[in-house]
Design a protein around this ligand. Structure first.
Ligand code: SF4
Length: 388
């Protein structure tokens, strides 16, 4: 029997080209690192991974994200997956084993290899099916390639597929978003994630916006896009189980849910985040520093400041509030030895009155209005020192 529920995240910090909106820790043009990085990662899996495997048993979920994991050549990806299986799964299977794929980087043979290696879920970064829009945001694939990649994945054996879409993109119209959502649904994915464009410092779009060269949709148009997908997807059988995530019944991402439900996870690879023993850790983001640490048998992570009780409580609430289930009073009590209502009673009352928050007796959770204006709710869950 598994001793503990936990997950494994593996970071592949490479992309073919940097999308104009992206501030994730990923690098284009670092092909010369691919082989050595994979070797370092396999070593980290063998050492740190084995340690936690012995301590906690088989992880419920394994997730390869990035970056673009599927940018790794088949030989290196197979080497990495083999090591993950050996260390974490032995002859068993992970309940959920996901690889993020860019549709412009896979073919039939590659997808068949992933399936044979025990991967049972793929998450495709599609963003839109509109070629002009894809080009404008720096994606390397067309809408047609995305549809073909999904069909190839099904042919390889995958049934659990997720597609990412984006809204609020430069020049994007409501009609374009609606067309992309419908094209996505026509491919019958089990899961859809939809993200609004965020302008992050350091990205090409951020610079363009500063120069007044980014033609973003008007606020009312972006809001209409949001309203459309939050109403349309549930009407098509996709339950909204988190602010940005929709799934057919039974296909919510277990791995992502664990982030929001206070389940520990081990992050492996440069820039990977871990949440272990109640503390959050970030691995070294610089590739050379990461690989040097592995070569020298050092743990390639730097502990973040230990979280104060107030920060731990705030984080717990922010993450749980993102999910449809919300914050469980019982879990809060078990974890912190305090009553949620004692700390947040006044705030909760105010948010109930504004119909941003609801209560079923056991949990408090965001209403659909609350999900739309999530930040207004989250900021109310910040604690003052005097609350203690
Ligand atoms: S493929 Fe994904 S990780 Fe890579 S640059 Fe684009 S959005 Fe960022």
């Amino acid at each position: 029997m598994d001793a503990k529920q936990w997950g494994v995240y593996v970071h592949i910090p490479f992309c073919r080209q940097k999308c104009f909106y992206c501030d994730f820790p990923s690098f284009a043009g670092r092909e010369r690192y691919w082989e050595d990085y994979t070797g370092a990662l396999c070593r980290e899996i063998a050492v740190r991974g084995s340690y936690y495997r012995q301590l906690w048993g088989r992880p419920a979920t394994i997730y390869l994200g990035g970056g673009t994991p599927s940018v790794l050549p088949a030989k290196l990806m197979a080497q990495l997956l083999t090591k993950l299986r050996q260390v974490f799964l032995a002859d068993d299977k992970a309940e959920e084993f996901t690889v993020e794929c860019n549709p412009g980087t896979v073919d039939e043979a590659y997808l068949a290899m992933l399936w044979e290696q025990g991967v049972n879920r793929l998450s495709f970064g599609v963003q839109s099916f509109d070629d002009e829009l894809l080009r404008r945001i720096g994606r390397i694939h067309s809408g047609q390639q995305a549809a073909e990649a999904v069909e190839m994945a099904k042919k390889a054996g995958f049934t659990n597929l997720s597609l990412d879409l984006m809204y609020g993109l430069p020049g994007q119209t409501l009609a374009q978003l609606q067309a992309s959502v419908k094209q996505a649904l026509a491919l019958s994915p089990k899961h859809i994630s939809i993200y609004g464009l965020q302008l992050e410092e350091g990205t090409a779009f951020y610079r363009m916006q500063e120069l007044g060269k980014l033609n973003l949709p008007e606020d009312e148009v972006a809001e209409a896009m949001y309203d459309y997908m939050t109403e349309y997807l549930p009407s098509q059988g996709y339950e909204r189980y988190e602010i940005s995530n929709f799934a057919q019944p039974g296909f919510a991402s277990r791995h992502n849910l664990s982030y929001w439900q206070d389940v520990p996870y081990l992050g492996l690879g440069a820039a990977a985040h871990s949440y272990l023993d109640g503390q959050r850790w970030a691995a070294l983001a610089d590739l050379d520093h990461y690989m040097e640490a592995i070569r020298e048998n050092r743990i390639p992570v730097e502990p973040e400041e230990p979280a104060t009780a107030a920060i731990a409580m705030e984080e717990f609430c922010f993450l749980a509030l993102r999910t449809a289930r919300g914050i469980s009073r019982e879990k809060f009590r078990q974890k912190f030895g305090r009553e949620l209502d004692d700390l947040y009673g006044t705030v909760m009352k105010e948010l109930f009155a504004k119909k941003l928050l609801a209560d079923d007796g056991r949990c408090i959770f965001l209403t659909s209005q609350g999900m739309k204006y999530g930040n207004l709710v989250f900021e109310k869950f910040l604690l003052d020192e005097q609350d203690f």
